[in-house]
Design a protein around this ligand. Structure first.
Ligand code: HPA
Length: 276
């Protein structure tokens, strides 16, 4: 649970550390989910800083997540990309899960692109589809803003009625057409994990309007909105959710699909960065 003074102190130390190593501050944060790690290679004039070197930064436990911030330029924009994110299921508290987004905010970033791998609930989706998130449902059972409000960073009761910026979504859809990508749009339900959902849970999520399910993104998006950042969220459907198809789910399938789509996903995000 948040303690304002303590959290602000940690943020100030992280910001100070990074500020001493950077010539320019980022305007846009990008969280690279499964399948988008390769995006970091596109970043020019890179400054790479491993999480373990940044004061108070959690350290990633998931195999295949690099665990570093990559600062630099993409399409003329000053960006900071997170290679490796922190999931609630790993045991971090919400303050830790969202610490990097706060660091982005205090470095001056005013926008955030969040990406992830997700299970498809909407039966018109196929593994490999890219989906622009238009709204979310938080089933994690916790909220990163719980506790004292970080009043210098945002309001006690932030509005989430446009948690995913409409203008950015429209721009992303427009650019998608130009480069021959055909994204879906959908509502993302966040579960705590790490077990995948049961078929009954997926039927429930479908009944209440969810199109996608995953174990990340929502905490970061809540915090970004609290901090007044504009948000764009993109999911890669790596598998159909439990019970949608008569087959079992596996992490291997998730990783395989993420890898298959990576090139297209990277290109899409690169294009979007240039226009938002
Ligand atoms: N459920 C939850 N998280 C996921 C899934 C899923 O089916 N696929 C990828 N991340």
């Amino acid at each position: 649970m948040l303690n304002e003074k303590e959290y602000n102190q940690k943020l100030a130390e992280a910001r100070h550390y990074l500020g001493e190593r950077l010539n320019t501050m980022p305007e846009l944060g990008i969280i690279l989910g499964s399948g988008l790690g390769g995006f970091a290679q596109l970043i020019e004039s890179k400054v790479v800083i491993p999480y373990r070197e940044i004061p108070h930064f959690p350290v990633s436990t998931v195999v295949g997540h690099a665990g570093q911030l990559v600062f630099g330029q993409v399409q003329g924009k000053r960006v900071v990309a997170m290679q490796g994110r922190f999931h609630y299921y790993e045991g971090y508290n919400m303050g830790e899960v969202t610490f990097p987004v706060r660091v982005m905010q205090v470095l001056g970033a005013t926008g955030l692109i969040v990406t992830n791998a997700a299970g498809g609930i909407n039966p018109s989706y196929r593994p490999g589809d890219l989906v622009l998130i238009k709204d979310h449902i938080n089933f994690i059972g916790d909220n990163p803003l719980r506790g004292e409000n970080l009043s210098s960073l945002g309001p006690r009761f932030p509005d989430l009625s446009e948690g995913y910026d409409l203008e950015w979504r429209q721009k992303a859809l427009h650019m998608a057409r130009e480069i021959g990508v055909h994204p879906q749009e959908g509502i993302y339900a966040a579960m705590s994990g790490p077990s995948y959902e049961t078929p009954a849970e997926i039927r429930h999520l479908r009944a209440i309007g969810a199109d996608l399910v995953g174990m990340s993104t929502v905490p970061e998006v809540i915090v970004a909105n609290h901090g007044g950042m504009r948000v764009l969220g993109i999911s890669c459907v790596t598998n159909m959710a439990a019970g949608i198809l008569p087959q079992k789910l596996s992490h291997a399938e998730v990783m395989e699909t993420a890898e298959r789509i990576e090139k297209q996903f990277v290109r899409f995000v690169q294009t979007i960065v240039g226009v938002i």
